[in-house]
Design a protein around this ligand. Structure first.
Ligand code: DQA
Length: 158
């Protein structure tokens, strides 16, 4: 059994990306920029390493069920989830239910500012069950979410 001291010190973060985010770099670069998902992963890994994060895992999937399963399995394995759910943000009750079924806190991320785009993007069905949402800052949305997760784990506040 882990002691409390170990449990507080160990930092494990899961970064989940939803549909079409594998196309970052070439997908509508005027909206999403030219940074690829691989670049984002490299930036976050570097920053996580510097901050002493023990585990940072990445999963991108175009399939809702795969993301639901990843969230279900996160219980006990991760301290935080950073989630860019892509278009699923706007309609996936299954994803929302998965988030509220596990005690792992989630930070919702978007590269673009979903509130100043089309009407249908202004609704996030996951927003009421996440810790908070960061959107509109491109790659910096991911970096800010990671920094917040690290700070919260360090202070042991969720
Ligand atoms: C997105 C915004 C969503 O509306 C869109 O469907 C995406 C990307 C973003 O990062 O800005 O796939 O989540």
């Amino acid at each position: 059994m882990q002691s409390n001291i170990e449990a507080v010190n160990v930092k494990r973060i899961l970064v989940l990306n939803g549909p079409n985010l594998n196309l970052l770099g070439t997908r509508e670069p005027e909206i999403y920029g030219r940074t690829t998902l691989g670049d984002i992963e490299e930036i976050l890994r570097g920053r996580a390493h510097e901050a002493g994060v023990d585990v940072i895992d990445f999963l991108q999937s175009n399939f809702e069920g795969e993301l639901v399963e990843a969230i279900q399995k996160s219980r006990g394995r991760y301290d935080f989830i950073l989630l860019n759910a892509g278009a699923l943000t706007h309609y996936s009750i299954a994803l929302r239910d998965a988030i509220s079924s596990v005690p792992v806190p989630v930070i919702e991320i978007h590269l673009s500012n979903i509130h100043r785009r089309e009407e249908f993007r202004r609704t996030s069905v996951i927003a009421p069950v996440v810790l908070g949402q960061i959107c509109g800052f491109g790659v910096d949305s991911y970096i800010a979410a990671l920094d917040i997760a690290i700070r919260k784990i360090q202070k042991d506040i969720k």
